[in-house]
Design a protein around this ligand. Structure first.
Ligand SMILES: Nc1ncnc2c1ncn2[C@@H]1O[C@H](COP(=O)(O)OP(=O)(O)O)[C@@H](O)[C@H]1O
Ligand code: SF4
Ligand SMILES: [Mg+2]
Length: 380
């Protein structure tokens, strides 16, 4: 593992065992995050963002099975393969909340309505930092102050329903940061908030990141938020990363039709009021019994028939740090990927043709044997 990286995810797959069959919601995801860096994971609802981050903390449902590799560069225990740890064991509990913490989309769901906010932040402090009640309370209150919660003495003893949405999100950030984690996973942390509060929370996260040099995996479907927060972006579609680059490149030179569509659907500063925003037709399909084709084929306006509907493009690096999985890109490396796919299709079709021929031959031989056995009147 590269010593500058805090996290390396390789060929991550998450299969969900359902009554109807196997749903492969995450289909071979690769990315890495450097220490102190913010990586944005972007994509529509249902493309596998949350399952990816829950796999990093090993908190997915029992019916979800993760495979591949998630390496975390832990100061305390060195390089750790998270997928090999017992999800209920000591080692992962020492990482979860303390070294990697998570801010969820809905703060109201993240907090229990039965306990005070102070009590719940304190739980983390006492589990990971100190058992001393007084010290633990002091640390928790200091973090609450740091995230901009005023009148902390009173707020500490209040219940979640006594907090507004924005305040509750601040409290959630306080709980996530109280142990000074090396990495923060923020899963749509501002989606439930109105825009002014959203801007405050984003500013707060940025300044806290500066103070603590925390790496952030920032999950969102909002490209405006990405531009403000992220150093690099990975665009996800149907359980795969289909384009990744530094934030500037993604906005200035997007290559994948899906990324172009996402960027085209954001209103630009200085744009006309009457300008109609671009929208991507259709929805993300369910990742169950998928045919061999590009996941975006049914929604793509530049699809190449005979190629995009017969093979799935691999991610290739077209410039240092800029990767894309699409057959329609002009770059030499993408053209080489088209050639690879064409060869794969030709070989598969040849195999299928031979198998069909052999099946027909076997059927004819069978029919011949039956005729011999039962005479002329026997049915084939
Ligand atoms: N516990 C679960 N049981 C069944 N399907 C699930 C479960 N969790 C997620 N999924 C399905 O997996 C896909 C990806 O989900 P998710 O990672 O939550 O998407 P995102 O966060 O990108 O919106 C979706 O189709 C979702 O319906
Ligand atoms: S591979 Fe084909 S279908 Fe997929 S995004 Fe590129 S052009 Fe569209
Ligand atoms: Mg989600």
């Amino acid at each position: 593992m590269d010593k500058d990286n805090i996290l390396e995810v390789k060929d991550l797959r998450v299969n969900i065992h359902m009554m109807e069959g196997e749903l492969t919601a995450v289909r071979g995801v690769n990315f890495e995050i450097k220490k102190g860096e913010t990586l944005g994971l972007v994509g529509e609802s249902g493309c596998g963002k949350s399952l990816t981050c829950k796999a990093i903390l090993a908190i997915n449902d029992k019916k979800c099975e993760a495979s591949g590799s998630i390496k975390f560069n832990s100061d305390e225990s060195g390089e750790v393969e998270i997928l090999s740890l017992d999800p209920k064991g000591e080692e992962i509990r020492n990482i979860r909340g303390k070294q990697i913490s998570m801010i969820f989309q809905e703060p109201m769901v993240a907090f229990s309505p039965m306990y005070t906010i102070g009590n719940q932040i304190n739980e983390c402090t006492r589990l990971h930092i100190t058992k001393d009640k007084k010290k633990s309370k002091e640390i928790s209150m200091a973090v609450m102050k740091k995230v901009g919660i005023a009148n902390v003495e009173k707020r500490y003893n209040q219940y979640p329903h006594e907090f507004s949405g924005g305040m509750l999100q601040r409290a959630l950030i306080a709980m996530a940061l109280v142990c000074n984690p090396k990495m923060l996973i923020a899963d749509e942390p501002t989606t439930a908030l109105d825009v002014t509060i959203q801007a405050q929370i984003l500013e707060l996260m940025k300044s806290l990141q500066k103070d603590f040099n925390t790496a952030i995996l920032f999950i969102t479907h909002d490209l405006g938020v990405v531009a403000k927060m992220c150093d690099r972006v990975a665009v996800m579609y149907l359980g795969k990363i289909i384009e990744s680059a530094d934030t500037e490149t993604i906005y200035a030179n997007p290559q994948h039709p899906y990324t172009k569509g996402l960027i085209g659907s954001v209103h630009k500063i200085g744009g006309s009021r009457d300008e109609r925003l671009f929208s991507i037709e259709g929805t993300v399909p369910l990742a169950m019994n998928l045919p061999i084709q590009c996941g975006f084929y049914d929604r793509c306006t530049v699809a190449i028939d005979g190629l995009c509907n017969k093979a799935e493009p691999e991610l290739v690096e077209i410039e240092p740090g800029h990767k894309i999985a699409c057959f329609a890109c002009d770059h030499e490396k993408c053209k080489a990927e088209c050639e690879r796919a064409r060869k794969e299709i030709a070989e598969r079709e040849e195999r299928e043709r031979k198998a069909a021929e052999e099946a027909a031959k076997a059927e004819a031989e069978n029919a011949g044997k039956k005729k011999k056995l039962f005479g002329k009147g026997a049915r084939a």
